[in-house]
Design a protein. Structure first.
Length: 83
């Protein structure tokens, strides 16, 4: 599993902006969280994560709070399909 990034890096790279929050409106549960973390990972690393294990746990928690979804919902998201 990936390591935590730390608060400063998480806030800098994994905070959803107003438009990104709007893109989540028609999604729910694991799909909502999976889409959001893939989007933020893409802007951070310039590519999509290949597996859930690449995602820093503190970043997932941060995005989950913003998306209004429990972090555990990510376990149902299929990372083999593009968002």
């Amino acid at each position: 599993m990936s390591r935590d990034l730390g608060l400063d890096a998480v806030v800098e790279h994994f905070t959803l902006n107003v438009d990104e929050v709007k893109w989540l409106r028609n999604k729910s549960g694991g799909t909502r969280l999976g889409f959001a973390v893939q989007l933020k990972f893409l802007t951070w690393r310039g590519r999509f994560p290949k597996a859930r294990l690449e995602l820093p746990p503190d970043a997932v928690e941060h995005v989950a709070r913003q998306a209004g979804v429990a972090p555990a919902e990510l376990s149902s998201y299929d990372f083999t399909e593009p968002p």
